[in-house]
Design a protein around this ligand. Structure first.
Ligand code: CDT
Length: 303
């Protein structure tokens, strides 16, 4: 067996007035709980350093830039890197990134994976950006991810770390089977995913319980169909008047939910997983080499 104890560090709401150092203090508290439970790795949420700012139209560039990190780590976040290194815990952290690429400033919705010794293992930039690019007055809350972020340009790599094969995704990515399959084709054994999912979806009329059902459904399907563990970590609760679903969870390669958070606040969920539990699925029903029929899949990338 290859055992790995993972902490899913759910966060309650982050209000707009909360400073980075106040947020980092909360992350440190969750990290200490993870240490006391023997975690090797902690998964923090999407955009874990700020409130979910795409809910507002921000036309002032300085106001918008204040939600982005120009470097990582930076002075505000360094205490998290230092303490995680001291405790020997790796982590996934979601944040808004401004990067200088080919002479221009690009904004991404980003997650990084940091090793227990503090080294950066890898970076992922969100590919499936939900919502819209223009202000929509009929919405009680905007969802302007298509305005504020560029489509991630790093694909879905996997990394050999923590004794297994690690992958990252962010929030809306989980609803797309391609996200999991691209990593599954590379043998992924643990997909880490942070999310901010509002309870109310202005785009369609649906029963409220569908939001949580679709969250579990997609994480469980992605796990099972690729024989991988999934750790999905929410930012939850009422943030600036907008309710974010919780539902932080650990899903086994069988597709079973094996751990679920019980609150809508800061809560450390921990679970000891056996990365070898991926093997029975990967070598039987989803043995890709044996059973995939790629000659019939062309339409998936042609359309
Ligand atoms: N953060 C994020 O990607 N949230 C989306 C909301 C979709 S509704 C516009 C999600 O898929 O949960």
């Amino acid at each position: 067996s290859r055992l790995l104890t993972v902490g899913a560090a759910q966060m309650g709401p982050i209000q707009r007035a909360e400073t980075r150092s106040q947020v980092v203090a909360r992350l440190l508290d969750l990290l200490h709980q993870a240490h006391s439970r023997g975690c090797n790795l902690v998964v923090f949420p999407e955009l874990a350093l700020t409130t979910f700012f795409p809910r507002w139209l921000l036309e002032d560039a300085n106001e918008l830039d204040a939600f982005f990190e120009k470097s990582m780590p930076n002075a505000d976040v360094q205490p998290l890197f230092d303490e995680a290194k001291r405790l020997g815990i790796g982590f996934y952290l979601g944040y808004a990134e401004i990067a200088e690429e080919e002479g221009r400033s690009c904004r991404f919705n980003t997650a990084i994976l940091v090793a227990p010794n503090g080294d950066l293992i890898g970076k992922y930039r969100k590919i499936h950006l939900p919502g819209h690019a223009e202000y929509e007055p009929q919405r009680p809350f905007q969802h302007l991810e298509k305005r504020y972020f560029e489509i991630g340009n790093l694909g879905w790599p996997v990394w050999r770390a923590f004794g297994g094969i690690m992958g990252m995704a962010i929030c809306n990515d989980r609803r797309w089977p391609e996200t999991f399959r691209v990593m599954g084709l590379q043998g992924v054994e643990l997909v880490m995913l942070g999310y901010n999912t509002p309870e109310f979806n202005a785009a369609i009329v649906e029963p409220g319980y569908h939001r949580m059902m679709h969250h579990y459904l997609t994480c469980q399907a992605g796990a099972y169909q690729n024989g991988t563990w999934v750790v999905a970590t929410a930012k939850a609760g009422v943030e600036e008047g907008c309710m974010l679903i919780g539902g932080t969870c650990v899903v086994a390669p069988s597709g079973e939910l094996v751990a679920v958070a019980s609150t809508l606040g800061d809560e450390l969920l921990s679970y000891t997983m056996d990365l070898d539990a991926t093997v029975p699925i990967k070598t039987s029903v989803f043995n890709f080499a044996k059973h995939r029929r790629t000659e019939h899949y062309g339409m998936i990338v042609e359309r």
